[in-house]
Design a protein. Structure first.
Length: 406
């Protein structure tokens, strides 16, 4: 079976994009001919060779990127909805990809862009042609929403109402047409069923730990590279430095503990709308350090060197980085938003605080862990066992079984 995994852009740091990339890697490791299908964009910018795609006769170009074959097709950044990239001339390009490359299955990620709609239309067209005898191959179409409920707490009114409109108009036809709905958590499965999905079509697919990366990387001396004292316990956040992830809350926690000499808070990730706050905090707080964007090798090294992970996110479908910290045996302090409440078991794998603004609760949680190494160790061991259930090889094997049964 040849599979194309569709996402609106590529990235080595953003959660949904990483899940799509790792899905392709996992499928290929299990001897499936899989491609990553995306637009001209990587982290919001056009790839340097985008003109090759624009000039191509068939509307796409295949190149090796990130260790996998990537199909690039045309797309554009939308003025609305925000933070989305749209496909251009999708039906023709999908058709050529099927004809030229023999793709039999598409798995589309995310919501609020036209990829799911275009794939649904292409799937219906394909089914109709098969029924009329104009085609001899069945197309499999799968959808992975990474769903975030349109909460008034998390979205301004205009965006929230647009999300509700998208959900009301697009989800019903997707649920009717898709062969499989992939969900990051049981919470998301319940949400999809409530919105109209068939429970029998829903499959748990919680991101996945790249075991190979942990086996081959992680040998960087992060203490030396980032000028971190060797005799302190690192409480670490890794992720995009944006309001949604809320790393600015960690500055407040560090300020509460500024007189403790045995702990330091490390924030790593690509800069966004909260970067200035973190840069300023690095200058004025002795126990806080923003080290910017880091490589995959540095990331795994930092995870291994850390004492615990902290995330005060306002929205989180799952938390791929939390899975990675857990896999390395690190306890997690979390705001317990969305799928985090399911992934990190309170008082077992880590500590839940009362939402993203619970600075006092998070401060107390940090103190509990740094003052009780036995507790931190026990939670870390539990976390490692929990994360081992969600390795890329395991969840991919389960996905393949379902695809082959369709």
């Amino acid at each position: 079976m040849k599979i194309a995994v569709l996402m609106y852009q590529t990235s080595l740091t953003k959660g949904q994009e990483l899940v799509a990339l790792r899905m392709v890697k996992g499928l290929r490791k299990q001897r499936k001919d899989a491609f990553l299908l995306s637009t001209l964009f990587h982290d919001g910018k056009r790839v340097p060779w985008y003109e090759q795609v624009l000039k191509s006769v068939r509307g796409y170009v295949v190149k090796e990127e990130f260790g996998v074959p990537v199909i690039r097709m045309d797309g554009y950044i939308s003025s609305w909805p925000p933070r989305r990239i749209m496909l251009r001339d999708a039906q023709s390009t999908f058709r050529y990809i099927v004809e030229d490359l023999g793709v039999e299955c598409f798995i589309v990620h995310s919501t609020l862009w036209n990829g799911p709609e275009e794939l649904t239309r292409f799937k219906l067209w394909s089914d109709m042609m098969l029924k009329e005898g104009l085609s001899d191959r069945r197309l499999i179409a799968c959808f992975m929403p990474h769903y975030q409920p349109p909460s008034p707490i998390h979205y301004p009114p205009i965006e929230r109402l647009y999300r509700e409109a998208w959900n009301s108009t697009v989800f019903p036809i997707i649920f009717k047409t898709a062969d499989l709905i992939l969900c990051t958590t049981p919470v998301e499965i319940d949400q999809m069923i409530e919105l109209g999905a068939d429970a029998n079509k829903c499959l748990l697919y919680p991101g996945g730990i790249d075991e190979e990366a942990f086996n081959n990387l992680g040998k960087v001396d992060v203490y030396s590279r980032f000028n971190i004292p060797n005799d302190v316990k690192m409480i670490t956040f890794i992720g995009t430095v944006e309001k949604r992830k809320n790393p600015a809350a960690i500055v407040k926690i560090a300020n509460n503990l500024r007189n403790r000499k045995d702990v330091i808070f490390i924030v790593a990730g690509s800069p966004s709308d909260q970067a200035d706050i973190l840069i300023k905090a690095t200058r004025v707080l002795p126990n806080f350090r923003y080290i910017g964007e880091i490589s995959e090798d540095e990331k795994i090294s930092l995870i291994r060197a850390s004492y615990a992970n902290i995330i005060m996110s306002r929205m989180e479908a799952l938390g791929l980085t939390q899975l990675e910290f857990m896999y390395a045996g690190k306890p997690v302090i979390t705001s317990a938003i969305g799928g985090q409440r399911w992934l990190i078991r309170n008082e077992i794998d880590g500590i839940h605080v009362n939402g993203p603004e619970d600075i006092e609760g998070a401060t107390k949680a940090v103190l509990r862990l740094i003052d009780n190494e036995e507790l931190a160790s026990d939670m870390g061991k539990n976390a490692a066992k929990r994360a081992a259930e969600f390795t890329l090889s395991r969840i991919t094997e389960n996905l393949i079984k379902r695809l082959e049964s369709l």
